[in-house]
Design a protein around this ligand. Structure first.
Ligand code: UN1
Length: 477
């Protein structure tokens, strides 16, 4: 099998690699992907630094043209790239093709933004003096991405970074290098000058650590675990480097007595179990008022019973496998903890055998949970949800906010009054009314509060906050 090499200063390098394994069929190797050494990571950073002068001075038309071209190719190849993504990550083909389409839309959005970079011209308090407020690129940006969105998350960090004139060192998650490699290949062929975007596939302990230690990386955008986020934060704070973190969630979906039952069930099942529950926006706590509780649980269980868990590439599959054996053991450990804590396993939670050897787990629903249980407090990152019964809306809101996380919070209700109150009072970066907590638009801000996120929002026009720095210039004519 050919090796997919790293991209450093416009050259494809690397002769030693790791296999990329298909979680739906662990006998299948999707491809071999190079592992960058610490020295290669340093070379990539140096290349990005050297390329910065030229790229930061590039014009809107050049940036627009490249981002636009990349968007067009991603969109045209969405079926093929979606299949690659489903193969390496395990989300269903439909979810994967949708994710690739989202990546194309993100590049399209930032291609447009490249034509709309503006500043302010402000009269000074001193007569005869003019004040200009402009945005400049930050410098070399380090981008570290997780395995659960192998193309969309790289897209929503790389596109704004390039749009605003930064150069990039990109380290994708080692479990899903295929989509990252394809994306970098597309951007290179779209005309990015050498060194502007560098790909360093490899481990966190070597490549990631080299990025954290480098004085030449001016900003780091990271999505991943809370633990690694802390490491990124500490190393960056020490260097006064800009950093942006997207980490975990323990997102509540509140279901009130007056909810449309069918809407509530779809929001819960989609939010908790689609993409195998492997989303930081997943609804892992279903907080349900007592008047609808039993009907809701019965309907969710009935719906779960229709979910087809199987190989991600089969057209009939609705829930793909868990990403790998390690995540499977985390999911199973939490299912055991839930039982020990006294929660009732109302449905699922067992391993499944399918036609191909993969990490298949039937989605699990716990009922009779309290918000103090570990399954209600710790992010599992699998298809496991906890139902918490509450008396009324006020108790529901209190439970929803009683968490160290604050990414997405949802409510299903037909009451405008309660929906409005929840929108104002949910301690989360994103609030969803009668729509799932997961599955967000690509052109509006994304991010959370409390332990979920740190730094400026991602996506849409708000991405400018992180990927540029403001300059204020005074001129006496
Ligand atoms: C979504 O719900 O559409 O890692 C996106 C994650 C998030 C992205 C979620 N950063 O799950």
């Amino acid at each position: 099998m050919d090796i997919h090499p790293n991209l450093i200063d416009g050259a494809w390098v690397g002769d030693d690699g790791l296999p990329n394994i298909n979680p739906s069929d662990t006998n299948e190797t999707v491809g071999i992907y190079a592992q960058a050494s610490a020295q290669q990571a340093r070379d990539a950073i140096a290349a990005a630094k050297a390329a910065f002068l030229k790229w930061s001075g590039s014009g809107p038309l050049e940036r627009h043209g490249i981002l636009r071209k990349a968007s067009d190719e991603i969109a045209a190849r969405r079926q093929e790239l979606g299949e690659l993504l489903a193969r390496e990550e395990g989300k269903t083909l439909g979810e994967a093709v949708g994710e690739v389409a989202r990546a194309a839309q993100i590049f399209d959005f930032f291609a447009g933004e490249a034509l709309r970079l503006t500043g302010d011209l402000v009269p000074s308090v001193r007569l005869g003096v003019g004040v200009e407020v402009t945005r400049e690129p930050v410098g070399v940006v380090g981008i570290i991405t997780p395995w659960n969105f192998p193309i969309a998350i790289p897209a929503w960090k790389i596109a704004p970074a390039l749009c605003h004139g930064n150069t990039v060192v990109f380290k994708p998650a080692n479990l899903v290098p295929g989509s990252a490699w394809a994306l970098v290949d597309i951007l290179k062929r779209a005309g990015l000058p050498d060194g502007v975007l560098n790909l360093v596939m490899g481990s966190g302990s070597s490549v990631g650590q080299t990025m954290l230690d480098s004085p030449d990386i001016a900003a780091i955008s990271f999505t991943g675990s809370v633990g690694t986020g802390k490491t990124v934060a500490m190393a960056s704070a020490e260097r006064f480097r800009k950093f942006q973190l997207e980490m975990g969630g323990k997102n509540p979906l509140v279901v009130l007595d007056d909810a449309d039952l069918a809407v509530a069930v779809e929001c819960a099942v989609n939010g908790a179990f689609f993409s195998t529950g492997q989303r930081c926006t997943a609804s892992s706590r279903l907080i349900v008022t007592e008047g609808i509780h039993d009907r809701f649980v019965a309907a969710v269980v009935a719906r779960m019973n229709t979910l087809n868990v199987d190989n991600a590439l089969l057209p009939t599959t609705q829930i793909g496998p868990v990403i790998d054996a390690k995540q499977m053991s985390v999911d199973e450990r939490y299912i055991a903890i839930g039982k020990q804590e006294g929660a009732h396993l109302a449905y699922g939670g067992e391993r499944l055998e399918r036609g191909s050897p993969g990490h298949y787990l039937r989605p699990a629903l716990f009922t009779e949970c309290t918000n103090a249980m570990r399954i209600s407090r710790e992010e599992i990152f699998g298809p496991v949800a906890a139902v918490i019964r509450v008396k009324d809306y006020d108790e529901a809101l209190g439970v929803a906010n009683d968490t160290e996380f604050g990414l997405s919070a949802g409510i299903c209700t037909s009451s405008l009054k309660q929906a409005t109150h929840f929108k104002r009072n949910a301690e989360a970066g994103m609030v969803m009314v009668n729509v799932p907590t997961a599955g967000v638009d690509f052109h509006v801000p994304f991010g959370g509060r409390k332990g979920s996120s740190y730094g400026p929002r991602e996506q849409g026009r708000y991405a400018a906050e992180f990927f540029s720095v403001v300059k204020t210039a005074y001129t006496m004519a």
